[in-house]
Design a protein around this ligand. Structure first.
Ligand code: CDP
Length: 206
């Protein structure tokens, strides 16, 4: 087993982090953790009546495998529970352990390069304009057969970005040593290639 190597991929909603993270993990043979799913799972439990901190403390792998975590409603619930310090604290150790697993790991989220794994070997901040991100999320929702309106989806993405960036605990922001990739004018293949070459540049020296 090779030694730990962490790729931290942060950025705003629907910027393409998930697609890029999966491709980077496959390319290097690393594990991939979508940390947004942790907050979505807690958000879904709160929507079902649970206490946020208790839900975060009791979270299990099974909770991440339930249907419906990718809806716009759960995304909003996720960003509301994500401002709670006790929720973030409950999810910290699991993410840190995953980041340093043998064989390498890609984690995507909002605070990976700043709080979860400041010592990550490679840090990317993947972003795009709110309009482009809203349109991508709109197409994704349509593809899944969910009813949505473009203007509303863009508004939801903006509201979530604002909540994520303004919160006191672990706000979304690029780490000082992160490389920013703006995917507004990039195809998926171009965005993936840019991310892989950014990681390769560090991988060669790590
Ligand atoms: O897929 P998308 O970019 O829309 O969102 P996500 O990555 O699934 O994250 C859902 C929500 O969880 C975000 O809006 C954040 O509020 C929260 N989150 C967080 O606070 N910290 C993370 N590391 C990951 C997600």
């Amino acid at each position: 087993m090779s030694k730990p190597f962490t790729v931290a991929i942060d950025g705003p909603a629907a910027a393409g982090k998930g697609t890029i993270s999966k491709a980077v993990a496959a390319h290097f043979g690393f594990g991939h953790l979508d940390t947004g799913l942790l907050y979505r799972a807690v958000g879904a439990k709160v929507m079902a009546g649970a206490d946020a901190i208790e839900a975060a403390q009791a979270l299990s792998a099974d909770d991440l495998n339930v249907d419906g975590l990718r809806t716009a409603q759960v995304a909003q619930a996720a960003s509301k529970v994500a401002v709670i310090a006790g929720v973030r604290a409950a999810l910290l150790d699991f993410q840190r352990a995953y980041a340093r697993r043998a064989g390498g790991a890609v984690l995507d989220g909002r605070d990976i390069g700043t709080v979860i794994c400041p010592q990550a070997e490679a840090k990317l901040f993947v972003t795009a304009s709110a309009e482009v991100r809203g349109k991508r999320r709109f197409d994704e929702l349509m593809g899944r057969g969910e009813a949505a309106e473009l203007a509303q989806v863009i508004e939801d993405v903006r509201a979530r970005d604002e909540r994520d960036a303004e919160r006191v605990v672990a706000p979304m922001k690029a780490a000082d040593d992160a490389q920013t990739i703006d995917t507004s004018d990039l195809s998926i293949a171009e965005a993936i290639a840019a991310a892989i070459s950014a990681v390769e540049a560090v991988r060669g020296t790590a």
